[in-house]
Design a protein around this ligand. Sequence first.
Ligand code: NDP
Length: 241
Amino acid sequence: MNKTILVTGSSRGIGKTIALYLANKGYDLVIHYRSQIDQAQEVVKQINQLEQSARLLQFDISDRKQCAEIINNDIQVNGAYYGVVCNAGVISDNAFPLLTGEDWDSVIHTNLDGFYNVLHPIVMPMIMRHKPGRIVTLSSVSGIMGNRGQVNYSAAKAGIIGATKALALELAKRNITVNCVAPGLIETEMMVNLSQDEITKIIPAQRVGNPKEVAAAVAFFMSEDAGYITRQVLSVNGGLC
Ligand code: NDP
């Protein structure tokens, strides 16, 4: 089908699962990583085994200049993307009185500025394709409800929802949809320090989610059949909110 999708932060965690899930659906992938080239190369290998093409891009999503240079260059050489999944993100949690300026800045620069830094170089070439396009962002239950210890992360993830909805308005008439997936608690490295017994008590489904359940929601927004769905937030959270 020759539709290429960039997934940020796809060397591991939810991003990796999203990339493999999309490859299984017949998309070609651009695998993005910041630090773990071996893991990123392994993802490319697994996608090639599914007979889909994949290439690697490395950049720090909080570095505006680097994002612009590398993404512009990739688009010039390989053409504009059909889709983008803004998945890469970080947490740096602490109770608000203990939250340092660095905790605040790193989470906002990565999660929220990353929205601008990654999408700004991508959107105009996507418009110029004159074909349907798809943008999916990753927020979090924390951005919808607010979460203690995550004032920085809740702010960034709520900001992503606002930015997603506003961009959806701008791009709707261009046949480009912009939607958001908001996971609840999903089993990845981001969760390693949390006690699962305590967590599952507050989740109506009585369990944490798995990355494939997030990937399925992303893949739905990416599909041709979802062309009339834009400016939406889809929670994948076992009924948490
Ligand atoms: P992980 O911590 O497992 O992976 C994060 C990914 O983001 C890694 O690939 C990492 O790359 C990349 N990344 C982090 N910072 C940067 C940066 N500055 N520049 C480029 N890449 C970066 O996270 P998850 O897979 O759990 O989370 C994926 C998304 O889902 C995030 O947006 C997260 O906020 C969201 N989410 C996760 C939930 C969960 O329970 N796990 C719940 C709700 C939302 P590298 O390895 O190179 O650092």
